[in-house]
Design a protein around this ligand. Structure first.
Ligand SMILES: Nc1nc2c(ncn2[C@@H]2O[C@H](COP(=O)(O)OP(=O)(O)OP(=O)(O)O)[C@@H](O)[C@H]2O)c(=O)[nH]1
Ligand SMILES: [Mg+2]
Length: 597
């Protein structure tokens, strides 16, 4: 059998369900399906994308008086359930990318949470229209349940106090949406769902508001998306791989969301693989029964043909290298080479812009690679190579070719380190970061860069000559020359041993010699700070001829040092030293405006 998702040349809109962990995405779909998936989930946490086709007549039944199926010519809705747990960014972004519309599920008690924000960003980036399901309204204290009722009807049964709380919770969500850059309102007040986000209060537990949610989704799809849904449903199919799975009796199979055309049991398909497009012949098409979920349904139905949009399992030889997130194309009566080129192009498109200098990025799927690339771009971290696959010795070799120390790094998302890549990395001083949480990878890498910058700054600071202005004291000449030993007062800056000193003749620095030693109350010291009087020995000058009592002397800063101080270390040096530096630069620049620039 075929065609139950196909209807007058319009395909089924794909609806992604996104939201923070435990906010009720799977429960919501369970309610719509009338069958339960969450009970079968380990710890009730969704860990995969699941797809469920809900035909129009079922939408009509669940929505009751709010949806009249005869008003619609879309065949129904294909729901994609996604996990809310933070480590499944990839699956969320893949689900979001496939969607025509989305439901953002928000628990009215929790409001916006990190993965709510993340989901909103995915939807904004892909410009996917969405509605907000404000879930768990039944938990408002005092709530009177009217099972499966439209929201207006159930609201009439609530006390004023409950209704007030209900309004407060919804306004909070509307406020949070506004903070995220979206104008929104109670859905019944929204005129144009493209410019305003409709907020639909629901309970996945009691079914209240579910008719409203379905009515809003159908309306949105029918009114604004009909044109996008007009496809050649009999044309060669196009889809995205959700998962690559071993299935008993079938070997490696693909769970695919078909979003265009049809696939037939005798088709040749091209699939994106680790080493480029894979060409293979379909061996079996396996379809979950309507209202069952592709990933939980163990008893698949073998079909001859399936039309978009639908979740389908494809069994075929040579799928071991297929990658989740990659495109699938039916060849049918087209040139094989053209289809291969299409798949290649799409693989390249999801592959990432890389530059000459930057880090190496490895990820488990194309979807996660894209998500990584987006995160790195946002953090302004350049990439030299970004690929799907485990971290291999050749990645280490690649990372050693960079010039900057901070790019000697490999960031691996959800991948393994192969063979001797780890030892090679250690030998070659390449840092390897691994995590299955993207922001952690970014944060750890940023920490590594900060550490390098700190070390580099310290090294520069150690070696840079420091500015100082000091005065030769009257009646404190202890020795005339070879070396001259005199008392001085440091006016600003830090005077150190082994620094050249001189005076300004007009705007010209005249070097007189090098400070050899500093004695503070009879003790030899390496440096002396502003505000102190000390005795210094200077190699070079003769007192009375080259320098005189009362003269103002300076550390004769080399131009390079002055430049580093002004441009990189200004924040690190004390105020009085900055003042000495500024005066020094000002005088030099009266002679040469570009001195030290
Ligand atoms: N009272 C009440 N509880 C709900 C409602 N919806 C969901 N729950 C409960 O909230 C918990 C989480 O629900 P799930 O549907 O697993 O949440 P989820 O968003 O799919 O979670 P992940 O897939 O792990 O991200 C379960 O214990 C549900 O029974 C609701 O409307 N009312
Ligand atoms: Mg779930």
């Amino acid at each position: 059998m075929s065609g139950d998702t196909q209807h007058g040349g319009l395909r089924t809109p794909i609806v992604a369900v996104l939201g923070h962990v435990d906010h009720g995405k799977t429960s919501l779909l369970d309610k719509i399906r009338g069958s339960t998936v969450i009970e079968g989930e380990a710890g009730a946490i969704t860990q995969h994308i699941g797809a469920t086709a809900v035909p129009l007549d079922v939408v009509g039944e669940v929505a009751g008086s709010l949806v009249d199926p005869s008003e619609f010519d879309l065949p129904g809705l294909l729901f994609i359930d996604t996990p809310g747990h933070h480590s499944f960014t990839t699956l969320r972004s893949r689900g979001g990318a496939l969607a025509d519309i989305a439901i953002l599920v928000v628990d009215v008690n929790d409001g916006f949470q990190p993965q709510t924000e993340e989901a909103i960003k995915i939807l904004a980036d892909s410009e996917t229209p969405f509605v907000v399901a404000a879930n768990k309204v039944d938990t408002i204290p005092g709530w009177q349940v009217t099972e499966d009722a439209p929201i207006q009807q159930t609201l009439e049964a609530q006390s004023d106090r409950v209704e007030q709380q209900f309004n407060e919770k919804l306004y909070e969500i509307i406020g949070e949406l506004s903070d995220a850059g979206f104008t929104s309102d109670f859905y019944w007040r929204v005129q144009d769902f493209r410019s305003n986000v409709g907020v639909v209060p629901v309970s996945a537990m009691t079914g209240e508001g579910i008719p409203d949610l379905l009515a809003v989704l159908m309306g949105l799809a029918q009114r604004y998306m009909k044109e996008d849904m007009e496809i050649d449903v009999t044309g060669p199919g196009a889809g995205t791989v959700l998962e690559v799975k071993d299935e008993r009796g079938f070997g490696t199979t693909l769970d695919v969301i078909l979003y265009d055309g049809t696939v037939r049991a005798d088709d040749t398909v091209v699939v994106g693989g680790v080493n480029g497009p894979i060409v293979t012949d379909v061996r079996a098409l396996l379809k979950p029964r309507p209202l069952a979920e592709i990933r939980t349904e163990s008893r698949f139905e073998k079909v001859d043909e399936i039309a978009a949009a639908a979740g389908v399992k494809i069994a075929a030889p040579d799928l071991d290298d297929a990658i989740a997130g990659a495109p699938v194309r039916v060849v049918r009566d087209r040139e094989l080479d053209d289809v291969i080129a299409d798949v290649q192009a799409e693989l390249a498109e999801v592959a990432v812009d890389t530059g000459e200098e930057g880090v190496v990025v490895k990820a488990d799927t194309l979807g996660s690679l894209e998500a990584m690339a987006n995160a790195l771009e946002e953090a302004e971290i350049p990439m030299m190579r970004a690929e799907v696959g485990d971290i291999a010795p050749r990645d280490v070799a690649m990372a050693t070719t960079v010039e900057e120390e901070e790019y000697r790094a490999i960031l691996g998302f959800n991948v393994d380190v192969l063979g001797d890549a780890a030892t090679r990395a250690e030998q070659d001083d390449v840092r390897v970061f691994e995590s299955d949480v993207i922001y952690q990878l970014v944060e750890e890498y940023e920490g590594f860069v900060e550490e390098i910058e700190r070390r580099q700054k310290e090294a520069v600071f150690e070696n840079v000559m420091r500015p100082a202005r000091f005065r030769v004291l009257e009646d404190h000449v202890f020795r005339q020359s070879d070396p001259a030993v005199i008392g001085v007062e440091v006016l600003s800056g830090t005077l150190r041993r082994n620094t050249p000193v001189g005076y300004f003749d007009g705007n010209e620095m005249e070097r007189v010699g090098v400070v050899k030693g500093i004695q503070d109350q009879g003790e030899d010291v390496d440096e002396v700070r502003a505000g102190n009087e000390v005795a210094v020995s200077i190699d070079g000058p003769t007192v009375g001829r080259d320098i005189n009592e009362g003269d103002e002397l300076w550390v004769d800063l080399p131009e390079k040092h002055a430049k580093v101080l002004e441009q990189e270390l200004l924040e690190e040096i004390p105020m009085d030293e900055r003042e000495a530096l500024h005066q020094f630069l000002e005088t030099q620049r009266k002679r040469d405006p570009f001195w030290g620039k």
